[in-house]
Design a protein around this ligand. Structure first.
Ligand code: MN
Length: 241
């Protein structure tokens, strides 16, 4: 029995190799998993559950086939694809997870989060996040015509690129004090997140006890899966064809 975790695939029409690698994962290894967790930024953009993009539709169908085969599929919003709603769940067979959430796997409570909440040093980003992730913004955005939402998504993406290009690297990483606070608040000692594109396993000290933080890799040069089975965590890189 094994659980699979991925994040930050940033799938889009311009990245056919990562789309192919994720499709292969869904058709292959994931079929024997106890569950597949996608912890945010599956897609580079999502303009609403009526998103007509053919590439994203094809991926949704592949996900639905995995879910129909009986494998539980969990998806968390990322900062790119935060507009998933009930229609996305219907299109994919996935269950949306709140960010953060706690999952009990092999008897251990583990904190799952996309990770951007922990980047508290980036004040401009956190301000933007609290605006766009509010119910009010979500309702207003989703009420716009599809074409307007597509334009907004393109503008948001360009704005994000311009912002990250001007920020110091440590500002865009997680803040250690936010990590410790998250462990403390949830009573967990294992955390899995993505977002920073800095794959690693970190050790933190929380009230005198060790805690571990596993950071998922982005799917830019290769695919990457974190696996948890009875003997612990391991990682596998998926070469792009
Ligand atoms: Mn992200």
């Amino acid at each position: 029995m094994k659980y699979l975790f991925v994040s930050d695939l940033h799938l889009e029409a311009d990245s056919p190799r990562s789309v192919a690698a994720f499709t292969a994962l869904l058709r292959g290894e994931a079929r024997s998993a106890a569950a597949l967790y996608v912890l945010g930024d599956l897609f580079e953009a999502w303009v609403g559950d009526d998103d007509p993009d053919p590439l994203r539709d094809a991926v949704c169908r592949e996900m639905a086939a995995l879910a129909a085969s009986g494998v539980p599929l969990f998806v968390m919003h990322g900062n790119r694809d935060f507009l998933y709603g009930a229609g996305f769940e219907r299109r994919t067979g996935a269950t949306l997870l709140p960010d953060p959430c706690v999952a009990t796997l092999f008897g251990e409570r583990m904190l799952l989060t996309h990770g951007d909440l922990l980047c508290t040093g980036d004040h401009a980003y956190q301000e933007l996040r609290s605006t766009v992730r509010s119910d009010a913004f979500r309702e207003r955005a989703l009420a716009l015509p599809l074409e307007a939402r597509q334009l907004l998504a393109a503008a948001a993406r360009a704005g994000s690129k311009a912002h990250t290009a001007t920020q110091r690297a440590e500002i865009m990483d997680v803040a250690p004090e936010a990590v410790v606070a998250a462990f403390r608040a949830t009573g967990t000692r294992t955390m899995i997140h993505g977002h920073t594109h800095r794959p690693a396993e970190h050790t933190h000290e929380v009230d005198g006890a060790p805690a571990r933080r596993l950071v998922l890799d982005a799917w830019y040069e290769h695919g990457s899966v974190l696996m948890l089975d009875g003997s612990g965590f391991s990682r596998r890189e998926i070469a792009f064809a």
